[in-house]
Design a binder for this molecule. Structure first.
Ligand code: GRF
Length: 189
């Protein structure tokens, strides 16, 4: 059994997809903890409902990114992988150096196109006919680490941004748990 930590800031639909996938012990992955930097984020309720321990971190109260990351590191149980699932922060060297090639992120566009916070809308507004999702290793840049997996999502003519968002999230909920299993257990399920 491999252990993961999930970092999330918001809704937590990908967190929920990971919880659903790994509720089956056959997947061989255990979610040890949720790390959340936003008080009141809906993902917190999802973790409570699933009985998953939570580390809450208040970056402002910590005074700096380095101090906040040290606070997280002190509380983090041993994990094989850290999964950023909607964690709206750029990681600093404190966390990156502690977990080399062990931190992955999910991005809702086909990197290197449309990095940043608004990847779905940026791709939609640009008018691309194919966008998609990317899972990549995290480095110190904005969505710039080595790509692990991608999945295309077509934009149908006349499709609304809201419809595209639904399609992107559906693709994310499949790809992210599959990539975690593959990285940790060599693709065996
Ligand atoms: C996802 O679209 C992910 O690609 C991006 O943040 C979003 C998180 O959504 N990094 P949710 O909180 O998992 O619903």
């Amino acid at each position: 059994m491999k252990n993961i930590a999930i970092f999330a800031s918001g809704t937590g639909s990908n967190f929920a997809a990971l919880v659903a996938k790994f509720s089956d012990a056959a997947a061989g992955v255990h979610i040890s903890v949720l790390v959340c930097d936003q008080a009141g984020a809906p993902v917190l309720t999802k973790a409570q409902a699933a009985g998953i321990p939570i580390i809450k971190v208040d970056y402002r109260a910590c005074g700096s990114k380095a101090k906040a990351e040290t606070t997280i590191l002190r509380q983090l149980p041993p994990v094989d992988l850290i999964v950023l699932a909607g964690y709206m922060r750029i990681l600093g060297p404190t966390l990156l150096n502690a977990y080399p090639r062990q931190i992955i992120n999910l991005h809702p566009a086909l990197l290197p196109s449309f990095p940043g916070r608004t990847g779905i809308a940026d791709a939609y507004n640009y008018g691309v006919r194919v966008t998609g999702i990317t899972v990549h290793y995290v480095d110190s840049g904005i969505d710039s680490g080595e790509i692990i997996a991608q999945e295309p999502v077509r934009i149908v003519r006349g499709e609304s941004l809201a419809e595209l968002e639904v399609a992107i999230h559906a693709a994310e909920h499949k790809l992210l748990p599959a990539v975690v299993v593959e990285l940790l257990n060599g693709g065996e399920e």
